[in-house]
Write a protein that binds this ligand. Structure first.
Ligand SMILES: Cc1cc2nc3c(=O)[nH]c(=O)nc-3n(C[C@H](O)[C@H](O)[C@H](O)COP(=O)(O)OP(=O)(O)OC[C@H]3O[C@@H](n4cnc5c(N)ncnc54)[C@H](O)[C@@H]3O)c2cc1C
Ligand code: FES
Length: 277
């Protein structure tokens, strides 16, 4: 272990009070708090949020306000820590470390973003950054199981223009019936893009990457693996020859090609056992 990784300002544990909690879907809440260090985050970076007495979990940064040192994260309720966090209110104490990881590279030109479920959170932060630059067009494909779980549609419509935000729901309650990856495939077949960014369930990101490779578009995907240390020491997040916490969580299409037998196929659980994705 390199002592320097351990000693960075980002890795120092801090505590703060939750400033605001917003319900954005039946299973997702947005938490906003102040932290100078995390407010420096770039799109695609993540932080480790400590729910006192429960666990510390990795969460992508949804937005930052650098001047006021404010940070937001979107949290889907799935298990113990996220359930405990969902029960917390403004004024409650939380802890954090970060920001960690590399983040997306900012490209110009015609951009396609494909986000599934809460995976749309880091892409919304990315869209905000790209929309303020010289990007000519951003098309967003957003997928969820139901209409109620489609989150951040209004923000994305404001940033990328209404007609460029396309939705897919598995039950057909809004937009196209089916998977976001299928909708993204038809969008890529119809229009040429300079860059594809994707984040969401791994079978979806794998399909999007395979399609981008087929049509010859450069792409980046944000991956999830179990995180404990978040600074490249423990090895729990290894995929291919990479540590997702330090080398990722964003990987480009050339890196992803090198671990195709693993990406979208299997991952390790808390005991190190291989489980299907
Ligand atoms: C880089 C990264 C960014 C993420 N960003 C977001 C986000 O913006 N919003 C969001 O809602 N979720 C995000 N997640 C997933 C989130 O970390 C898990 O949902 C959370 O840790 C679940 O904890 P739990 O105790 O509620 O559930 P548990 O019952 O403990 O776990 C449910 C599932 O969540 C995953 N998980 C649990 N612990 C961890 C861990 N320490 N590291 C990684 N995965 C874990 C596992 O797949 C597990 O099967 C991200 C994960 C990673 C790795
Ligand atoms: S979480 Fe420990 S090496 Fe990545």
């Amino acid at each position: 272990m390199k002592l320097s990784a351990w000693l960075t300002a980002a890795n120092k544990h801090r505590t703060t009070r939750i400033m605001n909690v917003e319900v954005v879907s039946p299973t997702v809440k947005v938490f906003t708090f102040q932290d100078k260090q995390c407010a420096k985050a770039k799109p695609g970076q993540f932080l480790m949020l400590w729910v006192p007495g429960v666990d510390e979990i990795p969460l992508s940064v949804l937005d930052v306000d650098r001047e006021r040192a404010k940070v937001s994260v979107a949290v889907k309720r799935v298990g113990e820590a996220t359930k405990a966090l969902h029960s917390m209110k403004a004024g409650d104490w939380i802890g954090m470390r970060g920001p960690f990881g590399n983040g997306f590279t900012l490209k110009r030109g015609k951009i396609l973003m494909v986000g599934g479920g809460v995976g749309i959170a880091p892409l919304t932060f990315l869209a905000k950054n790209l929309a303020s630059g010289k990007t000519s067009k951003i098309v967003v494909v957003i997928g969820a199981k139901t209409r109620e779980e489609l989150i951040f549609m209004d923000n994305l419509r404001r940033l990328c223009e209404e007609e460029n935000v396309l939705a897919a729901t598995e039950d057909g309650s809004y937009g196209v019936k089916g998977l976001a990856s299928s909708l993204a495939e038809s969008v890529m077949a119809e229009e040429k893009f300079n860059m594809v960014y994707t984040c969401g369930p791994e079978p979806m990101t794998r399909r999007v990457l395979d399609c981008a490779e087929k049509v010859g578009i450069y792409a980046e995907a944000s991956l999830e693996r179990l995180m404990r240390c978040a600074i490249g020491i423990c090895g729990s997040c290894v995929v291919g020859g990479y540590r997702v916490c330090r080398d990722g969580p964003v990987f480009n299409i050339n890196q992803l090609k090198t671990f195709k037998d693993e990406f979208g196929v299997w991952k390790r659980d808390f005991n190190g056992k291989r489980i299907p994705v």
